[in-house]
Design a protein around this ligand. Structure first.
Ligand SMILES: C[S@@+](CC[C@H](N)C(=O)[O-])C[C@H]1O[C@@H](n2cnc3c(N)ncnc32)[C@H](O)[C@@H]1O
Length: 246
């Protein structure tokens, strides 16, 4: 089990002059624009309004992704980070209604970073992690206004840990689609939830999302599943809250 080196953090350190920060932000934006067609939109979630940069046509990107090379002995991350998923709208709306000031929040499988940005905008100290490096550049850009309390790390939930960190809240939007990942996720959550901490998961309505609450309940967790309708999604989204029952 590898522990992620805090030195890999892409968080900015210390106070930089304002002009310097503008240059760094533009540099990040240009770096992304050189590789991807992007759009930036203002999104409204609860009482929050925030800029959000995403891939303009994630389906096109997915179509042109090379197939995973099975001969390589390294994690083969998938292009799912490039889309913005409905579960993340749902989790973001829930977060916007919570009292988060000073709380320690982990956005696991953060993708482009909307959920982490909403948590940071709400006053939380936020760790955003994903296995896909390009996602972390978007997450960094999308949390730029709150960068002093945002930590961004590359991490594989199957093999890595964020030792010694434990979190009041771990959020995950559309990360439980693959049943093979469930045992890894459950172990990761056990390792990283603080006493009294809880999980907040959003799920777009797959069959796996329907089965997951019972699966987790059978492993000693207290689980509550509800559905919410949010303006940005056509269908109601499943929200799962869970805490350790043992
Ligand atoms: C369906 S996307 C959801 C992204 C984002 N949470 C959202 O809702 O827009 C799943 C995310 O989990 C990440 N992921 C998949 N397997 C992972 C792993 N083993 N460790 C860390 N991240 C992983 C993917 O790179 C991707 O960003």
């Amino acid at each position: 089990m590898a522990s992620v080196d805090p030195g890999n953090s892409t968080r900015s350190r210390g106070k930089a002059p304002r002009s310097n920060l503008v240059v760094r932000r533009c540099g990040l934006q240009q770096r992304l624009a050189r590789r991807y067609a992007t759009v930036t939109q203002q999104v409204t979630i609860g009482g929050l309004r925030l800029p959000f940069t995403r891939i303009a046509d994630p389906d096109d990107m997915t179509r042109h992704m090379p197939a995973p090379d099975e001969s390589l002995d390294e994690p083969q991350w998938q292009p799912y980070w490039a889309a913005h998923w409905d579960g993340s709208w749902a989790v973001s709306h829930v977060l916007a209604g919570e009292s988060l000031v000073g709380r320690k929040v982990l956005d696991l499988g953060c993708g482009l970073g909307l959920t982490g940005a909403v948590a940071a905008a709400g006053g939380a100290r936020v760790w955003m992690v994903d296995a896909a490096q390009p996602a972390l550049l978007f997450a960094r850009l999308n949390t730029w206004p709150w960068r002093d309390r945002v930590h961004i790390r590359r991490l594989d939930w199957r093999t890595d840990r964020l030792t010694p960190h434990r979190f009041d809240l771990i959020v995950g939007a559309d990360i439980i689609y693959d049943t093979d990942d469930w045992p890894y996720l459950e172990r990761f959550w056990r390792a990283h939830l603080s006493d009294g901490g809880h999980l907040l998961l959003g799920e777009s309505g797959r069959r796996t999302g329907l089965l997951f609450p019972d699966w987790l309940g059978d492993r000693g967790w207290w689980v509550e599943a509800t559905k919410i309708q949010v303006a940005q999604c056509d269908r109601p989204q499943r929200i799962i809250r869970a805490r350790r029952g043992d």
